[in-house]
Design a protein around this ligand. Sequence first.
Ligand SMILES: Cc1cc2nc3c(=O)[nH]c(=O)nc-3n(C[C@H](O)[C@H](O)[C@H](O)COP(=O)(O)OP(=O)(O)OC[C@H]3O[C@@H](n4cnc5c(N)ncnc54)[C@H](O)[C@@H]3O)c2cc1C
Length: 186
Amino acid sequence: MRSCTGIESYFRRSSGPGWALPGDAGHFKDPVTAQGIRDAYRYGRLLGEMLAPILGDRGGPDPQAIDAATAEWAAQRERDCVEIYQWTNVLATGLPPSPLEYEIYHRAQDHPEYAQTLSDIYNRVQTPSSMLPLTALPGLIIGALRQPTTSTQDVVADVRSQLQRLRNERNERNERRTLVRASSVG
Ligand SMILES: Cc1cc2nc3c(=O)[nH]c(=O)nc-3n(C[C@H](O)[C@H](O)[C@H](O)COP(=O)(O)OP(=O)(O)OC[C@H]3O[C@@H](n4cnc5c(N)ncnc54)[C@H](O)[C@@H]3O)c2cc1C
């Protein structure tokens, strides 16, 4: 199964004066990686933990401290979730695995460390980039070239598009960081 829904995935601005958007209200990703319930609980709880000391302040809650806490909370969720979000978006395209992706999953059959990494990504112990470290690329390319149904052109095109995707994702993360910083300052 490569995609669950045609529902758009998003990060919304999730904090402002006196408000915050936990759960799907602020951030949604295709259920293909089944992370939504975990993230709704985890960041709902974190929001409570960050706000509790301010709300319980003896002198009464300070609105500025509340807004600073919700802004920091939203930025942390975005930092923590952006990589799994981008990985989910790739899986949710509904396209069959590319030659390199196929090689990764194929290897997981015989190499427990690949299966462990994949399981750790789903469990959020490792990040999706651990699945395709640049040092593993040569071995994956050789394996992909050996696949009987894959041509050299397919593999070359895949390597190019994977590298481009990694560059795009890095740029997107940097842009998001800048936006988040700007919105928490403003
Ligand atoms: C098809 C599908 C399959 C999924 N499968 C998985 C999965 O396998 N694993 C996983 O982890 N996640 C999965 N998810 C994602 C997961 O369901 C959500 O991320 C999670 O439920 C978000 O929790 P939430 O509390 O933010 O929102 P919700 O669970 O949507 O709860 C919001 C509640 O607020 C109510 N509500 C809305 N507006 C109002 C209003 N104005 N007044 C009062 N009540 C209101 C709604 O009726 C709803 O009950 C799936 C999502 C979809 C769409």
